[in-house]
Design a protein around this ligand. Structure first.
Ligand code: GSH
Length: 247
């Protein structure tokens, strides 16, 4: 029995939903909502002390952190496999996973909060906002920097630079060794970054790759045409659908 605690729109949850769908697995999804703080209750924090989604529960065993969950699923349910067979191949794939966690994953949060999620907090009093930031085990600093007025232009520009760096690196790799990030094999690395590119698309930034990154453009079209991708993106999975009033 697999259970997944997620937000419909969360990029980290989406990469796990893509993986589960690619493996054709049945699971029970507990859909939490970012504005309602179901990920910060005592019961949830006992499972995931980081107070973030996703959390996977497999036969009572809790697994946290989306890339860890991807590798866990691929080890425990190896058919079909989405990791290279050789240790060197796996090392290269993991290096991509770490890069995606270090640069674009945090970067994409800046324009996302600026356009959509900040509205969950602007109506709070300053004291309520302070409390909302303080109760987040890993995200207090991020929320405080955003404040109730949003990020500075410089912070947004830096985040966009990090996304651009990612798209440039992907273009070089895909143009020389595509069609997937690991060459002929579709892997966890593709699943990891696809929701981030989809988010940038949802935020209206598709020109970042469509203007001068043909290999990324072709890769993203191939990604989106996979039935598992569509299954993972059930209605309401994009910010523009979840918060149409801010789209
Ligand atoms: N490293 C974690 C990061 C998870 C994460 O930051 N999740 C976001 C949604 S994409 C979250 O739960 N945010 C909670 C909040 O902002 O309070 C992972 O990959 O699972």
């Amino acid at each position: 029995m697999i259970e997944l605690y997620s937000f419909p729109t969360s990029t980290c949850s989406l990469k796990v939903r893509i993986c589960l769908a690619e493996k054709g697995m049945e699971y029970k999804e507990h859909r939490l909502s970012p504005g309602e703080n179901g990920h910060l209750t005592d019961a949830y924090l006992r499972m995931n002390p980081n107070g973030v989604v996703p959390t996977l529960v497999h036969d009572g065993t809790v697994v946290v952190d989306s890339s860890v969950i991807l590798e866990y699923l691929d080890e425990v349910f190896p058919e079909p496999s989405f990791s290279p067979a050789s240790p060197t191949g796996r090392a290269r794939m993991r290096a991509w996973l770490r890069f995606f966690e270090e640069k674009p994953t945090p970067a994409v949060r800046y324009p996302t909060f600026q356009k959509f999620l900040i509205h969950n907090y602007t109506r709070l009093s300053p004291e309520q906002f302070e409390k909302a930031a303080e109760r987040r085990p890993l995200k207090t600093d991020f929320y405080k920097r955003m404040g109730q007025d949003g990020f500075t232009d410089a912070e947004i520009a830096k985040a966009m630079d990090d996304v651009r760096l990612t798209i440039d690196r992907m273009e070089t790799e895909l143009a020389t060794n595509g069609p997937w990030i690991m060459g002929d094999q579709y892997t966890l690395a593709d699943m990891c970054v696809a929701p981030l590119i989809d988010r940038m698309d949802d935020l209206g930034h598709r020109e970042m790759w469509e203007s001068a990154h043909p290999a990324v453009t072709a890769w993203f079209a191939a990604m989106r045409s996979r039935p598992a991708f569509e299954a993972a993106y059930y209605p309401g999975s994009r910010m523009s659908e979840f918060y149409p009033e801010h789209a």
